[in-house]
Ligand binder design. Structure first.
Ligand code: NAD
Ligand code: DAU
Length: 335
Protein backbone atom coordinates (compact mmCIF):
# COMPACT_ATOMS: atom_id res chain seq x y z
CA UNK A 1 0.00 0.00 0.00
CA UNK A 2 1.08 3.59 -0.67
CA UNK A 3 -0.19 6.60 1.25
CA UNK A 4 -1.08 9.79 -0.59
CA UNK A 5 -1.66 12.99 1.33
CA UNK A 6 -4.16 15.16 -0.56
CA UNK A 7 -4.68 18.71 0.66
CA UNK A 8 -7.92 20.56 -0.11
CA UNK A 9 -9.78 17.28 -0.63
CA UNK A 10 -13.17 18.75 0.29
CA UNK A 11 -12.94 21.33 -2.50
CA UNK A 12 -14.08 21.03 -6.09
CA UNK A 13 -11.11 19.39 -7.84
CA UNK A 14 -9.65 17.71 -4.74
CA UNK A 15 -12.89 15.81 -4.04
CA UNK A 16 -13.16 14.71 -7.68
CA UNK A 17 -9.52 13.53 -7.47
CA UNK A 18 -10.05 11.52 -4.27
CA UNK A 19 -13.15 9.81 -5.69
CA UNK A 20 -11.20 8.93 -8.83
CA UNK A 21 -8.15 7.51 -7.01
CA UNK A 22 -10.17 5.46 -4.52
CA UNK A 23 -12.09 3.94 -7.44
CA UNK A 24 -9.02 3.26 -9.61
CA UNK A 25 -6.54 2.14 -6.96
CA UNK A 26 -7.26 -0.23 -4.10
CA UNK A 27 -3.57 -0.07 -3.09
CA UNK A 28 -3.59 3.65 -2.20
CA UNK A 29 -4.64 5.13 1.14
CA UNK A 30 -5.78 8.74 0.96
CA UNK A 31 -5.19 11.20 3.77
CA UNK A 32 -7.27 14.30 3.22
CA UNK A 33 -6.00 17.46 4.95
CA UNK A 34 -8.49 20.28 4.66
CA UNK A 35 -9.29 23.26 6.87
CA UNK A 36 -12.91 23.34 5.62
CA UNK A 37 -12.96 26.94 4.45
CA UNK A 38 -16.04 28.50 2.84
CA UNK A 39 -15.14 26.64 -0.41
CA UNK A 40 -15.11 23.19 1.16
CA UNK A 41 -18.02 20.85 1.60
CA UNK A 42 -17.60 17.56 3.48
CA UNK A 43 -20.65 16.34 1.56
CA UNK A 44 -18.49 16.39 -1.59
CA UNK A 45 -17.23 12.98 -0.45
CA UNK A 46 -19.32 10.02 0.70
CA UNK A 47 -19.22 9.00 4.39
CA UNK A 48 -17.34 5.87 5.48
CA UNK A 49 -14.96 5.70 2.52
CA UNK A 50 -12.50 2.78 2.62
CA UNK A 51 -8.75 3.53 2.56
CA UNK A 52 -9.44 7.10 3.61
CA UNK A 53 -8.64 9.32 6.61
CA UNK A 54 -9.45 12.99 7.19
CA UNK A 55 -7.61 15.63 9.25
CA UNK A 56 -9.07 19.09 9.78
CA UNK A 57 -5.84 21.06 9.57
CA UNK A 58 -4.87 24.44 8.15
CA UNK A 59 -1.70 23.94 6.08
CA UNK A 60 -0.43 27.27 7.44
CA UNK A 61 -0.39 25.69 10.94
CA UNK A 62 2.95 23.88 10.84
CA UNK A 63 2.73 22.06 14.21
CA UNK A 64 -0.68 20.60 13.28
CA UNK A 65 0.56 19.63 9.82
CA UNK A 66 3.68 18.14 11.34
CA UNK A 67 1.53 15.81 13.44
CA UNK A 68 -0.09 14.43 10.26
CA UNK A 69 3.37 13.59 8.89
CA UNK A 70 4.50 12.10 12.21
CA UNK A 71 1.38 9.92 12.53
CA UNK A 72 1.49 8.51 8.99
CA UNK A 73 4.17 7.34 6.57
CA UNK A 74 3.41 9.58 3.60
CA UNK A 75 4.62 8.43 0.15
CA UNK A 76 3.01 11.06 -2.11
CA UNK A 77 1.72 14.60 -1.58
CA UNK A 78 -0.74 16.29 -3.96
CA UNK A 79 -1.35 19.89 -2.98
CA UNK A 80 -4.76 21.21 -4.05
CA UNK A 81 -5.35 23.38 -0.96
CA UNK A 82 -5.58 26.99 -1.99
CA UNK A 83 -7.63 30.12 -2.00
CA UNK A 84 -8.81 29.77 -5.58
CA UNK A 85 -11.10 32.65 -6.58
CA UNK A 86 -9.59 35.60 -8.47
CA UNK A 87 -12.34 38.08 -7.47
CA UNK A 88 -11.82 37.31 -3.77
CA UNK A 89 -8.05 37.83 -4.20
CA UNK A 90 -8.76 41.32 -5.51
CA UNK A 91 -10.87 42.11 -2.41
CA UNK A 92 -8.61 40.42 0.15
CA UNK A 93 -5.15 39.34 -1.06
CA UNK A 94 -3.56 38.56 2.34
CA UNK A 95 -5.17 35.16 2.89
CA UNK A 96 -3.98 34.11 -0.58
CA UNK A 97 -0.37 34.68 0.45
CA UNK A 98 -0.93 32.80 3.73
CA UNK A 99 -2.46 29.65 2.26
CA UNK A 100 -1.00 29.57 -1.24
CA UNK A 101 2.57 30.58 -0.30
CA UNK A 102 3.17 29.97 3.42
CA UNK A 103 1.08 26.80 3.27
CA UNK A 104 3.11 25.20 0.50
CA UNK A 105 6.37 26.12 2.24
CA UNK A 106 5.22 24.09 5.27
CA UNK A 107 4.25 21.17 3.05
CA UNK A 108 7.58 21.26 1.21
CA UNK A 109 9.63 21.41 4.41
CA UNK A 110 7.75 18.52 6.01
CA UNK A 111 7.80 16.46 2.81
CA UNK A 112 11.56 16.92 2.59
CA UNK A 113 12.04 15.99 6.25
CA UNK A 114 9.94 12.84 5.84
CA UNK A 115 11.49 11.82 2.47
CA UNK A 116 8.25 11.90 0.46
CA UNK A 117 8.65 10.01 -2.86
CA UNK A 118 6.70 12.46 -5.05
CA UNK A 119 5.32 15.96 -4.40
CA UNK A 120 2.83 17.27 -6.96
CA UNK A 121 1.85 20.93 -6.85
CA UNK A 122 -1.49 21.69 -8.53
CA UNK A 123 -0.99 24.96 -10.35
CA UNK A 124 -2.84 26.97 -12.96
CA UNK A 125 -2.50 28.48 -16.44
CA UNK A 126 -3.07 31.89 -14.82
CA UNK A 127 0.60 32.01 -13.74
CA UNK A 128 1.47 32.68 -17.41
CA UNK A 129 -0.59 35.90 -17.56
CA UNK A 130 -2.82 36.89 -20.45
CA UNK A 131 -2.70 36.11 -24.19
CA UNK A 132 -3.66 38.21 -27.19
CA UNK A 133 -5.72 36.82 -30.08
CA UNK A 134 -3.16 34.17 -31.06
CA UNK A 135 -0.64 31.83 -29.45
CA UNK A 136 -0.83 29.40 -26.55
CA UNK A 137 0.95 28.97 -23.21
CA UNK A 138 3.65 26.29 -23.21
CA UNK A 139 5.67 25.12 -20.21
CA UNK A 140 8.46 27.41 -21.47
CA UNK A 141 6.29 30.57 -21.38
CA UNK A 142 7.62 33.03 -18.78
CA UNK A 143 5.56 33.53 -15.67
CA UNK A 144 3.67 36.83 -15.72
CA UNK A 145 0.87 36.68 -13.13
CA UNK A 146 -1.50 39.66 -13.05
CA UNK A 147 -3.83 39.09 -10.07
CA UNK A 148 -3.00 38.51 -6.40
CA UNK A 149 -4.33 34.95 -6.86
CA UNK A 150 -2.09 34.14 -9.82
CA UNK A 151 0.89 35.88 -8.19
CA UNK A 152 0.46 33.64 -5.13
CA UNK A 153 0.25 30.54 -7.34
CA UNK A 154 3.35 31.58 -9.30
CA UNK A 155 5.21 32.09 -6.00
CA UNK A 156 4.18 28.58 -4.94
CA UNK A 157 5.47 27.12 -8.22
CA UNK A 158 8.81 28.86 -7.79
CA UNK A 159 9.16 27.71 -4.18
CA UNK A 160 8.34 24.14 -5.21
CA UNK A 161 10.95 24.16 -7.99
CA UNK A 162 13.52 25.69 -5.64
CA UNK A 163 13.16 22.58 -3.44
CA UNK A 164 13.84 20.38 -6.47
CA UNK A 165 16.99 22.31 -7.41
CA UNK A 166 18.32 23.00 -3.92
CA UNK A 167 17.41 19.86 -2.00
CA UNK A 168 16.94 17.39 -4.85
CA UNK A 169 13.36 16.91 -3.72
CA UNK A 170 11.10 14.96 -6.17
CA UNK A 171 8.78 17.83 -7.08
CA UNK A 172 6.40 17.98 -10.06
CA UNK A 173 4.04 20.77 -11.14
CA UNK A 174 0.84 20.54 -13.18
CA UNK A 175 -0.69 23.70 -14.66
CA UNK A 176 -4.27 23.44 -15.83
CA UNK A 177 -6.83 25.67 -17.51
CA UNK A 178 -10.39 26.48 -16.29
CA UNK A 179 -12.18 23.48 -14.80
CA UNK A 180 -15.92 22.92 -14.65
CA UNK A 181 -18.12 20.01 -13.58
CA UNK A 182 -19.83 18.49 -10.51
CA UNK A 183 -19.23 19.96 -7.03
CA UNK A 184 -17.87 23.34 -8.19
CA UNK A 185 -18.59 26.13 -5.70
CA UNK A 186 -21.20 28.57 -7.13
CA UNK A 187 -18.88 31.61 -7.06
CA UNK A 188 -17.24 30.38 -10.32
CA UNK A 189 -18.70 31.33 -13.71
CA UNK A 190 -20.33 28.09 -14.91
CA UNK A 191 -22.13 27.02 -11.70
CA UNK A 192 -23.06 30.67 -11.06
CA UNK A 193 -24.73 30.90 -14.47
CA UNK A 194 -26.58 27.58 -14.11
CA UNK A 195 -27.85 28.41 -10.62
CA UNK A 196 -28.81 32.03 -11.37
CA UNK A 197 -30.62 30.88 -14.50
CA UNK A 198 -32.55 28.21 -12.58
CA UNK A 199 -33.54 30.94 -10.10
CA UNK A 200 -34.43 33.39 -12.94
CA UNK A 201 -31.81 35.78 -11.55
CA UNK A 202 -29.61 38.23 -13.52
CA UNK A 203 -26.37 36.79 -14.86
CA UNK A 204 -23.46 39.22 -14.35
CA UNK A 205 -21.16 39.20 -17.40
CA UNK A 206 -17.93 41.14 -16.88
CA UNK A 207 -16.85 43.79 -19.41
CA UNK A 208 -17.76 43.04 -23.03
CA UNK A 209 -18.09 39.30 -22.38
CA UNK A 210 -15.42 38.50 -24.96
CA UNK A 211 -12.77 37.13 -22.57
CA UNK A 212 -11.73 33.61 -23.49
CA UNK A 213 -10.95 30.64 -21.25
CA UNK A 214 -9.76 27.16 -22.29
CA UNK A 215 -12.37 24.99 -20.53
CA UNK A 216 -11.69 21.48 -19.26
CA UNK A 217 -14.11 19.02 -17.67
CA UNK A 218 -12.86 18.24 -14.15
CA UNK A 219 -12.55 14.48 -14.77
CA UNK A 220 -10.11 15.15 -17.61
CA UNK A 221 -8.02 17.29 -15.26
CA UNK A 222 -8.07 14.61 -12.58
CA UNK A 223 -7.00 12.00 -15.13
CA UNK A 224 -4.08 14.23 -16.19
CA UNK A 225 -3.02 14.73 -12.55
CA UNK A 226 -3.06 10.98 -11.98
CA UNK A 227 -0.84 10.43 -15.06
CA UNK A 228 1.66 13.03 -13.87
CA UNK A 229 1.74 11.58 -10.35
CA UNK A 230 2.46 8.13 -11.79
CA UNK A 231 4.60 8.84 -14.83
CA UNK A 232 5.83 12.46 -14.74
CA UNK A 233 9.54 13.22 -14.55
CA UNK A 234 10.56 14.99 -11.35
CA UNK A 235 11.63 18.61 -11.71
CA UNK A 236 9.23 19.04 -14.65
CA UNK A 237 6.17 21.20 -15.29
CA UNK A 238 3.24 19.75 -17.28
CA UNK A 239 0.46 21.81 -18.85
CA UNK A 240 -3.04 20.31 -18.94
CA UNK A 241 -5.74 21.83 -21.15
CA UNK A 242 -9.16 21.07 -22.55
CA UNK A 243 -8.66 22.28 -26.12
CA UNK A 244 -11.98 24.11 -25.71
CA UNK A 245 -11.55 27.86 -26.02
CA UNK A 246 -14.79 29.78 -25.65
CA UNK A 247 -15.85 33.37 -24.98
CA UNK A 248 -17.70 33.89 -21.69
CA UNK A 249 -20.71 35.30 -23.55
CA UNK A 250 -20.97 32.17 -25.71
CA UNK A 251 -20.78 29.85 -22.68
CA UNK A 252 -23.60 31.77 -20.98
CA UNK A 253 -25.78 31.71 -24.10
CA UNK A 254 -25.23 27.94 -24.47
CA UNK A 255 -26.34 27.32 -20.86
CA UNK A 256 -29.38 29.62 -21.11
CA UNK A 257 -30.52 27.89 -24.32
CA UNK A 258 -30.12 24.43 -22.73
CA UNK A 259 -32.23 25.54 -19.76
CA UNK A 260 -34.83 27.30 -21.98
CA UNK A 261 -34.15 30.61 -20.24
CA UNK A 262 -34.22 34.04 -21.96
CA UNK A 263 -30.96 35.73 -23.02
CA UNK A 264 -32.36 38.88 -21.40
CA UNK A 265 -31.12 37.48 -18.05
CA UNK A 266 -27.59 38.50 -19.13
CA UNK A 267 -26.45 41.80 -17.55
CA UNK A 268 -23.20 43.34 -18.75
CA UNK A 269 -21.51 44.66 -15.60
CA UNK A 270 -18.35 46.51 -14.53
CA UNK A 271 -15.27 44.54 -15.53
CA UNK A 272 -12.94 42.65 -13.18
CA UNK A 273 -9.83 44.85 -12.58
CA UNK A 274 -6.81 43.47 -14.48
CA UNK A 275 -9.11 40.96 -16.21
CA UNK A 276 -6.96 38.52 -18.24
CA UNK A 277 -8.17 38.53 -21.85
CA UNK A 278 -7.45 35.03 -23.05
CA UNK A 279 -5.96 31.74 -21.84
CA UNK A 280 -5.09 28.79 -24.10
CA UNK A 281 -2.94 25.79 -23.26
CA UNK A 282 -0.43 23.93 -25.38
CA UNK A 283 -0.38 20.52 -23.69
CA UNK A 284 1.70 18.65 -26.28
CA UNK A 285 4.23 17.60 -23.63
CA UNK A 286 1.83 15.53 -21.50
CA UNK A 287 0.24 14.09 -24.65
CA UNK A 288 3.60 13.00 -26.05
CA UNK A 289 5.01 11.68 -22.77
CA UNK A 290 1.89 10.10 -21.28
CA UNK A 291 -0.74 9.90 -24.03
CA UNK A 292 -3.02 12.37 -22.22
CA UNK A 293 -5.91 13.78 -24.26
CA UNK A 294 -9.14 15.33 -22.93
CA UNK A 295 -12.11 12.98 -23.41
CA UNK A 296 -14.94 15.48 -22.91
CA UNK A 297 -15.63 18.17 -25.49
CA UNK A 298 -17.23 21.35 -24.20
CA UNK A 299 -20.79 20.46 -25.23
CA UNK A 300 -20.66 17.00 -23.62
CA UNK A 301 -19.01 18.39 -20.47
CA UNK A 302 -21.48 21.27 -20.17
CA UNK A 303 -24.48 18.99 -20.66
CA UNK A 304 -23.22 16.65 -17.90
CA UNK A 305 -22.57 19.62 -15.63
CA UNK A 306 -25.99 21.20 -16.21
CA UNK A 307 -27.64 17.85 -15.43
CA UNK A 308 -25.58 17.43 -12.26
CA UNK A 309 -26.75 20.83 -10.93
CA UNK A 310 -30.35 19.99 -11.93
CA UNK A 311 -30.14 16.68 -10.04
CA UNK A 312 -28.31 18.03 -6.98
CA UNK A 313 -30.39 21.02 -6.00
CA UNK A 314 -30.04 20.30 -2.26
CA UNK A 315 -26.25 20.54 -2.55
CA UNK A 316 -26.28 24.07 -3.96
CA UNK A 317 -29.38 25.36 -2.16
CA UNK A 318 -27.63 24.67 1.13
CA UNK A 319 -24.65 26.81 0.01
CA UNK A 320 -26.95 29.59 -1.20
CA UNK A 321 -28.70 29.75 2.17
CA UNK A 322 -25.43 30.38 4.08
CA UNK A 323 -22.68 33.04 3.94
CA UNK A 324 -22.76 32.94 0.15
CA UNK A 325 -25.65 35.45 0.21
CA UNK A 326 -23.43 38.07 1.88
CA UNK A 327 -20.54 37.33 -0.48
CA UNK A 328 -22.82 37.75 -3.48
CA UNK A 329 -24.08 41.11 -2.21
CA UNK A 330 -20.57 42.46 -1.57
CA UNK A 331 -19.22 41.17 -4.89
CA UNK A 332 -22.08 42.14 -7.19
CA UNK A 333 -24.03 45.06 -5.68
CA UNK A 334 -21.35 47.61 -6.62
CA UNK A 335 -21.15 46.37 -10.19
P1 NAD B 1 -11.67 25.14 -4.17
O1 NAD B 1 -11.66 26.56 -3.76
O2 NAD B 1 -12.93 24.51 -4.65
O3 NAD B 1 -11.15 24.23 -2.95
C1 NAD B 1 -10.05 24.57 -2.17
C2 NAD B 1 -9.98 23.60 -0.99
O4 NAD B 1 -8.80 23.91 -0.24
C3 NAD B 1 -11.17 23.71 -0.03
O5 NAD B 1 -11.60 22.43 0.36
C4 NAD B 1 -10.60 24.47 1.15
O6 NAD B 1 -11.22 24.18 2.39
C5 NAD B 1 -9.15 24.00 1.14
N1 NAD B 1 -8.26 24.98 1.80
C6 NAD B 1 -8.16 26.31 1.51
N2 NAD B 1 -7.27 26.88 2.33
C7 NAD B 1 -6.77 25.90 3.12
C8 NAD B 1 -5.79 25.87 4.15
N3 NAD B 1 -5.14 26.99 4.53
N4 NAD B 1 -5.51 24.68 4.73
C9 NAD B 1 -6.17 23.56 4.38
N5 NAD B 1 -7.11 23.53 3.42
C10 NAD B 1 -7.41 24.68 2.79
O7 NAD B 1 -10.52 25.01 -5.25
P2 NAD B 1 -10.49 24.17 -6.61
O8 NAD B 1 -11.17 24.92 -7.67
O9 NAD B 1 -10.86 22.78 -6.32
O10 NAD B 1 -8.92 24.25 -6.92
C11 NAD B 1 -8.02 23.31 -6.33
C12 NAD B 1 -6.61 23.64 -6.77
O11 NAD B 1 -6.51 23.60 -8.20
C13 NAD B 1 -6.14 25.04 -6.37
O12 NAD B 1 -4.79 24.94 -5.97
C14 NAD B 1 -6.28 25.86 -7.64
O13 NAD B 1 -5.34 26.90 -7.65
C15 NAD B 1 -5.98 24.82 -8.69
N6 NAD B 1 -6.59 25.03 -10.01
C16 NAD B 1 -7.94 25.28 -10.09
C17 NAD B 1 -8.52 25.42 -11.35
C18 NAD B 1 -10.00 25.69 -11.50
O14 NAD B 1 -10.45 25.98 -12.61
N7 NAD B 1 -10.80 25.60 -10.46
C19 NAD B 1 -7.73 25.33 -12.50
C20 NAD B 1 -6.36 25.09 -12.37
C21 NAD B 1 -5.81 24.92 -11.11
O1 DAU C 1 -7.59 29.29 -15.47
C1 DAU C 1 -7.60 28.54 -14.30
C2 DAU C 1 -8.30 29.31 -13.21
O2 DAU C 1 -9.68 29.30 -13.53
C3 DAU C 1 -8.07 28.74 -11.82
O3 DAU C 1 -6.70 28.84 -11.50
C4 DAU C 1 -8.92 29.50 -10.78
O4 DAU C 1 -8.78 28.87 -9.52
C5 DAU C 1 -10.37 29.46 -11.22
O5 DAU C 1 -11.15 30.22 -10.32
C6 DAU C 1 -10.53 29.99 -12.64
O6 DAU C 1 -10.25 31.40 -12.70
P1 DAU C 1 -11.13 32.43 -13.59
O7 DAU C 1 -11.00 33.77 -13.02
O8 DAU C 1 -10.85 32.25 -15.04
O9 DAU C 1 -12.60 31.79 -13.33
P2 DAU C 1 -14.02 32.47 -13.01
O10 DAU C 1 -15.04 31.37 -13.02
O11 DAU C 1 -13.97 33.36 -11.83
O12 DAU C 1 -14.25 33.38 -14.30
C7 DAU C 1 -14.27 32.84 -15.60
C8 DAU C 1 -14.49 33.98 -16.58
O13 DAU C 1 -15.82 34.49 -16.41
C9 DAU C 1 -13.57 35.16 -16.35
O14 DAU C 1 -13.24 35.72 -17.61
C10 DAU C 1 -14.40 36.14 -15.54
C11 DAU C 1 -15.82 35.89 -16.05
N1 DAU C 1 -16.90 36.06 -15.06
C12 DAU C 1 -16.79 35.44 -13.86
C13 DAU C 1 -17.77 35.56 -12.90
C14 DAU C 1 -17.65 34.87 -11.57
C15 DAU C 1 -18.01 36.82 -15.38
O15 DAU C 1 -18.11 37.37 -16.48
N2 DAU C 1 -18.99 36.96 -14.42
C16 DAU C 1 -18.92 36.37 -13.21
O16 DAU C 1 -19.86 36.57 -12.37
Amino acid sequence: MKTCLVTGGFGFIGSNFIRYILKERKDIIIINVDDITYAANPKNLADNLANYKFYKVNIVDKPALSKVFNDNKIDYVVNFAAESHVDRSIMNPAVFIKTNVEGILNLLELSLKHSVERFLQISTDEVYGSLGKSGKFSEKTSLSPRSPYSASKASADMLAMSFFHTYDMPVLISRCSNNYGPYQFPEKLIPLVIINALNNKDIPLYGDGKNIRDWIYVLDHVNGIYSILEHGNVGEVYNIGGDSEMENEAIIKYILNKLNKPLSLIKYVKDRPGHDKRYAMDFTKITQEMGFLPEYNIEKGLDLTINWYLNNENWWREILSGNYKEYYKIMYDYR
